[in-house]
Design a protein around this ligand. Structure first.
Ligand code: SF4
Length: 319
């Protein structure tokens, strides 16, 4: 996973106002023309609930009100929903057990790498009982491509054992149970709850942390505080898809080191516009995955993704 960089720049009041006007006239999905980089943000202050009252997000240099922040955050999510109507979890899975294992394996590697590795794992060990009783060396060999394979073997075998001994071989559908499983923290638990059980959850991964700070939704740095601050800006029913939209955008356009601002559909409403490449042609070259003409990360993506023109990832060994 890429190390994050803190957000440093944002628009001043005049530019924000101009951008809002522009955004009203033109759909946000349109790639913006080249513009001057945004200036550094004014001081932002953290509110009691972890939200931010920031000059950057407001107008005329005044601190942004809570209502304005909520409106602005929801607007960004709406725009992202239009850009990524097919957003989905990028780990291949067919049941909650596969999802919890795949999510644990995704630490410090890409979802693509995990998707290329798990078919062999689940073919050999389809149930928690099978994996709990496996020969650790054989599991290590299968997991080797995902990195940290010894620790990951311990985690997935340990969590399989816990599932068998404490939950009758089923993945529990409650946060408080999931986080007791070896290798499962709140982030993994919410991925599983949101995508395998349909229970709303915010997934605060590295992309989510970076983007919500760039957008001045929160100044919090700890995942739990980010989760609480951002969760308070949205209805619970939006949480899972919000997470997918933000993570899709972070992976494809708003990268850690070089955000592709000049090719970003939400540039007109982004307080961090200018933090990355603003030249449209140069920015286009930075796009990743399907927006850059490359396949996504799933070998078996959902139908909606394929219908929208997305391409599945190549299997391991396909080059
Ligand atoms: S890529 Fe888009 S969302 Fe990210 S900083 Fe640039 S304009 Fe903002």
């Amino acid at each position: 996973m890429t190390k994050e960089m803190p957000a440093k720049k944002a628009a001043d009041g005049n530019e924000t106002t101009a951008r809002r006007t522009a955004a009203k006239k033109a759909p946000a999905k349109k790639v913006p023309a080249k513009r001057a980089p945004a200036k550094k943000a004014g001081a932002a202050r953290e509110t009691a609930d972890g939200g931010v009252a920031a000059k950057a997000g407001g107008t005329g240099g005044k601190p942004e009100s809570r209502t304005a922040l909520v409106r602005r955050a929801r607007r960004i999510n709406r725009e992202l929903a239009e850009v990524y109507p097919y957003a989905h979890p990028e780990l291949d899975f067919e049941n909650p057990f596969q999802l919890v294992v795949a999510t644990v394996l995704s630490a410090q590697t890409t979802d693509l790498r995990v998707n290329q590795t798990t078919p062999a794992l689940f073919a050999k060990y389809p149930t928690p009982e099978d994996l709990a009783a496996a020969d650790p060396e054989e599991v290590e060999e299968i997991l080797r491509p995902t990195g940290f394979f010894r620790a990951k073997t311990k985690s997935v075998m340990g969590l399989s054992k816990a599932l068998v001994e404490e939950f009758g071989g089923e993945v529990p559908g409650r946060l408080e149970d999931l986080v007791k499983l070896p290798g499962v923290g709140r982030k993994t638990a919410f991925v599983v709850l949101g995508n395998a059980f349909g229970r709303p959850g915010i997934t605060v991964d590295t992309h989510f942390q970076r983007l919500v700070r760039r957008w001045k939704w929160t100044e919090a740095t700890e995942p739990d505080k980010i989760e609480a601050a951002v969760g308070a800006l949205f209805p619970k029913s939006d949480w899972t898809m919000l997470s997918h939209h933000v993570i899709f955008h972070g992976r494809r356009i708003c990268h850690a080191r070089k955000p592709a601002c000049g090719a970003c559909p939400i540039a007109p409403i982004c307080p961090a516009y200018g933090e990355g490449e603003t030249d449209p042609e140069k920015a286009k070259k930075l796009l990743k995955y399907e927006k850059g003409g490359f396949p996504g990360q799933r070998l078996n993506p959902p139908r909606s993704y394929l219908d929208a023109g997305g391409r599945p990832a190549p299997p391991l060994g396909a080059g």
